[in-house]
Write a protein that binds this ligand. Structure first.
Ligand code: NAD
Length: 499
């Protein structure tokens, strides 16, 4: 029996009314496990109207109380962790421990956002002029929306929603059509924790729902995470409608391995960061850049050995290192890239095509794939593949490796493995990428720092989580005060000056 999934509006699950449906697959079996209602005007209008009605009272609640509600929500998420992780794994295909990690990295941002009273403090200047004080306020924007990708169905909705809610906004989430069940459960848990009806809503859908959110003047800001072409579209369209927008896009993350690196450690790091979650992470390492021939030969030998030992299997199987990719179309795209790598002259050392897993022959399987001798002009190097494909691009020296990372179209994450502190420091300072790891392959910043890529990986001027999230979800008001008892100057017709 195929389940039907709708929306979460005004504190309740509601059925779809548009008559348009999407399909939610189990990537391990290749079978449809649910029908998803795709929202049209009616649901989107209801969600926006409900959010607009509920927001002022939520904003009027003191931030400490909002923070307490968020902490209760964290408790509920933790209490329901097993159920949420299984639900997440069953629609996404990632393994259970990885699904827990997805939820955990989201929780950390909720915990951070619960510190709203501190983060919303304004500034104050005493005696800025004769008898004049100046202070600033951070006020919520009103109704804001988040549009999120399939690959972190818990973490990214939480990164978007928790700071927005903590700052006193009402939130409308439009999650990915591929794995909508966890966002719907999170909505129920927000309500159970005490978030008032209408303050957090989930509208499921596709471009039609997104465009309605982009065009509606009642929605004041859009937070987007997904592929680069859509990020660009959302950024431009939101701006054209006068909205604040932060839009994070695709990636091609390099890891440089210097000759003095611990190669065992580097190889282990590459295997985890390249193939974990089937390479479907925006911070996955997809390009290894060993410096010098000896380093490259030794590293490639270690990678080949480790790739052979990887186990691809059902997401609930404890022995699986990674599960299937999310969709048949993703499998087809990844396999197409593997063929293009072969056609364009890269050396295919491990071929993930044609893999099947016993008992789950129709699952969307792609095995670990390893290419050596990849060059800058090949499409497997230029494009984001978003699958378990690792390319080795050999660099002659450090400067060439640094240039490769800096000149790539994407600039999300990058890593360097070395024992040389001076080289690492130089690399971190000069590389043109937003998040850098030194002997850390996936440098996703902790919740109280900000997350964001450069170049084609991010559009907008503020990052996600950390202090930037509170800047993004609030507008600043500056108040200049003089009380009647202050010094009287009579009417003045010149522009007031600070001095
Ligand atoms: P996607 O761009 O296909 O979809 C993202 C969201 O946009 C979904 O909610 C989807 O419904 C919506 N959407 C899709 N097409 C649209 C259209 N034409 N108009 C309006 N809305 C549309 O991305 P995805 O496949 O779900 O996720 C994978 C991508 O996300 C990868 O490129 C990955 O690198 C990127 N990603 C980036 C980050 C980051 O922080 N930079 C984090 C996670 C994922």
């Amino acid at each position: 029996m195929v389940r039907e999934l709708g929306h979460y509006i005004d504190g309740h699950r509601v059925e779809g009314t548009s008559g348009r449906w999407g399909e939610v697959y189990d990537p391990c079996t290749g079978e449809v496990q649910a029908r998803l209602a795709l929202a049209a005007g009616e649901e989107v209008q209801r969600a926006i109207a409900g959010a607009e009605k509920a927001q002022p009272e939520w904003a009027a609640m003191n931030p400490q109380r909002r923070g307490r509600i968020l902490l209760r929500f964290v408790e509920l998420v933790n209490r329901n962790m097993d159920e949420l992780a299984e639900l997440l794994a069953s629609e996404h295909g990632k393994t259970l421990p990885d699904a827990r990690g997805d939820i955990q990295r989201g929780i950390e941002v909720v915990e951070f956002a619960a510190g709203a009273p501190h983060l919303l403090k304004g500034e104050f200047s005493d005696d800025a002029g004769a008898g004049i004080d100046v202070h600033s306020l951070r006020q919520p924007l009103g109704v804001v929306a988040g549009i999120t990708p399939f690959n972190f169905p818990a973490m990214i909705p939480l990164w978007k929603s928790a700071p927005a809610l903590a700052a006193g906004n009402a939130f409308i989430l439009k999650p990915s059509e591929r794995d909508p069940s966890v966002p719907l459960r999170l909505a129920e848990l927000y309500s159970e924790a005490g978030v008032p009806d209408g303050v957090f809503n989930v509208v499921n859908g596709d471009k039609e729902a997104v465009d309605l959110l982009l065009e509606d003047p009642r929605v004041k800001a859009i937070g987007f995470v997904g592929s680069t072409p859509i990020a660009q579209y959302i950024y431009a369209t939101a701006a054209a409608h006068g909205k604040r927008a932060q839009c994070f896009g695709g990636a091609k993350n390099h890891m440089v391995i210097l000759p003095d690196a611990d190669l065992e450690m580097a190889a282990d790091a590459l295997i985890g960061a390249g193939y974990g979650s089937a390479g479907e992470r925006c911070m996955a390492v997809s390009v290894a850049v060993p410096v010098g021939r000896e380093t490259a030969d030794a590293l490639v030998a270690k990678l080949e050995e480790r790739v052979k030992a990887l186990r691809v299997g059902h997401s609930l199987d404890k022995e699986s290192d990674f599960g299937p990719v999310v969709a048949a179309s993703a499998k087809e795209r990844i396999e197409g890239y593997i063929q293009s790598g072969v056609d364009q002259g890269a050396t295919l050392l491990a071929d993930g095509r044609g893999l099947t897993v016993e008992g789950y022959e129709n699952g969307f399987w792609v095995g670990p794939t390893l290419f050596d001798n990849v060059t800058k002009d090949m499409s497997i190097y230029r494009d984001e593949i978003f699958g378990p494909v690792l390319s080795v691009v050999r660099a002659g020296d450090y400067e060439e490796a640094l240039r490769l990372c800096s000149e790539h179209e994407f600039g999300n994450g990058v890593a360097i493995f070395t024992r040389d502190g001076d080289a690492a420091r130089d690399f971190a300072s000069r590389v043109q990428v937003g998040m850098v790891g030194i002997n850390v392959p996936i440098p996703v910043p902790i919740a109280y720092y900000t997350f964001g890529g450069w170049k084609a990986s991010g559009f907008g001027d503020l990052n996600q989580h950390g202090a930037d999230a509170f800047r993004f979800y609030t507008k600043t008001k500056t108040v200049t005060t003089r009380w009647p008892s202050g010094i009287r100057q009579g009417a003045s017709f010149i522009m007031p000056e600070g001095s």
